[in-house]
Design a protein around this ligand. Structure first.
Ligand SMILES: CC1=C(/C=C/C(C)=C/C=C/C(C)=C/C=O)C(C)(C)CCC1
Length: 309
């Protein structure tokens, strides 16, 4: 992925390494402010990257279904959200597992979409193992910090795991991804330059995700690597129809739904406060996952329609 947006990736890699160094020199400071930093990054960039789904759908569906299809889109989006919210209510543990699996796939897809890794299961497995690394690394490495969050989300504590095992899983996923990149190079799916970039990127991600505190490390990956490059992919996609389309247009288009999502989150926080409940980070997580599920399904369609958007 790095080769496609070199300036973006070099900048986020540099920033990530600087933050890791800072965290090494002053460990307490970043841990103290990580919640607000993560929240700020997610509100300013993470949420907007999913707030143009309605436009993506318009672009994908209009040629097939005509102009009347937007109503169907919103109905479908809301039905998926409603169904998934119900699933959370009935089966919280399974719903979390499902979200983790589909998120892994989504993250891997946005990393590998530039390469033609073949059709079918091979392609899907490649996406999945890449995402498995970026999601398992922060959660398993910082398990002591992740356990209370997961307990809030599902209402039950996740199984205890010895630190050696957790770290071994993260190391194994790291090595599997190194091998996978080498394999794609040998298969001719990526160039020598891509291979070098992928290996370097994996090393930087391993440092960022294990050396920064849990929420900050994940937010830096989610915003710096995933959201910004996804926005750039989307801008390229919209440029197919409008050659002038740029960042300004993107943020303007993303504003209405970003505002709806932030209002929803703020209402949730306010309601919990009004009802004198302790701020429940689990509920906030469920809300985010419910709005994210249809986004991930749609982006899958976008990448399928435009293998190289
Ligand atoms: C469970 C868990 C986490 C998982 C977050 C996930 C799975 C986020 C997925 C976001 C997606 C897919 C956004 C798409 O645009 C955190 C926050 C690391 C903290 C520890 C507990």
């Amino acid at each position: 992925m790095t080769a496609r947006y070199p300036l973006l990736y070099r900048s986020v890699q540099g920033l990530g390494l600087l933050l890791a160094l800072f965290s090494f020199l002053a460990p307490g400071l970043l841990a103290q402010m990580q919640f607000w930093a993560a929240l700020g990054l997610i509100v300013l960039i993470g949420i907007p990257h999913g707030a143009t789904d309605y436009l993506i759908f318009q672009h994908l569906a209009r040629p097939l279904w005509g102009n009347g299809s937007m109503l169907q889109f919103y109905a479908c989006y809301l039905a998926i959200m409603g169904g998934y919210a119900l699933a959370w209510y009935l089966l919280p543990q399974l719903s979390l597992l499902f979200f983790l699996f589909i998120s892994m796939y989504h993250f891997g897809q946005s990393n590998w979409n530039y390469a033609d890794l073949g059709a079918g299961w091979k392609n899907r497995a490649a996406h999945f193992i890449w995402g498995a690394f970026v999601l398992s690394a922060p959660i398993l490495w910082h398990y002591e910090a992740a356990v209370p969050i997961i307990t809030h989300i599902t209402g039950e504590a996740p199984p205890a795991m010895a630190a050696t095992w957790r770290r071994a899983v993260v190391a194994a996923l790291f090595i599997i991804n190194l091998w996978a990149s080498l394999y794609y190079f040998l298969e001719g799916a990526i160039s020598w330059r891509d291979l070098r970039n992928e290996v370097f990127n994996l090393i930087v991600l391993a440092i960022v995700l294990t050396q920064l505190p849990l929420l900050l490390g994940f937010a830096v990956y989610f915003v710096g690597w995933h959201s910004l490059s996804s926005m750039m992919d989307q801008i390229r996609f919209f440029r197919d129809e409008d050659r002038q389309y740029g960042w300004r247009h993107y943020f303007r288009n993303a504003l209405p739904l970003t505002a709806v999502a932030i209002t929803g989150l703020a209402a949730l926080a306010w309601l919990q406060n009004e009802m004198a409940l302790a701020m429940n980070i689990g509920l906030v997580f469920v809300f985010i996952s419910v709005v994210t599920l249809p986004h991930m399904l749609l982006i899958d369609q976008l990448y399928k329609a435009h293998d190289s958007p």
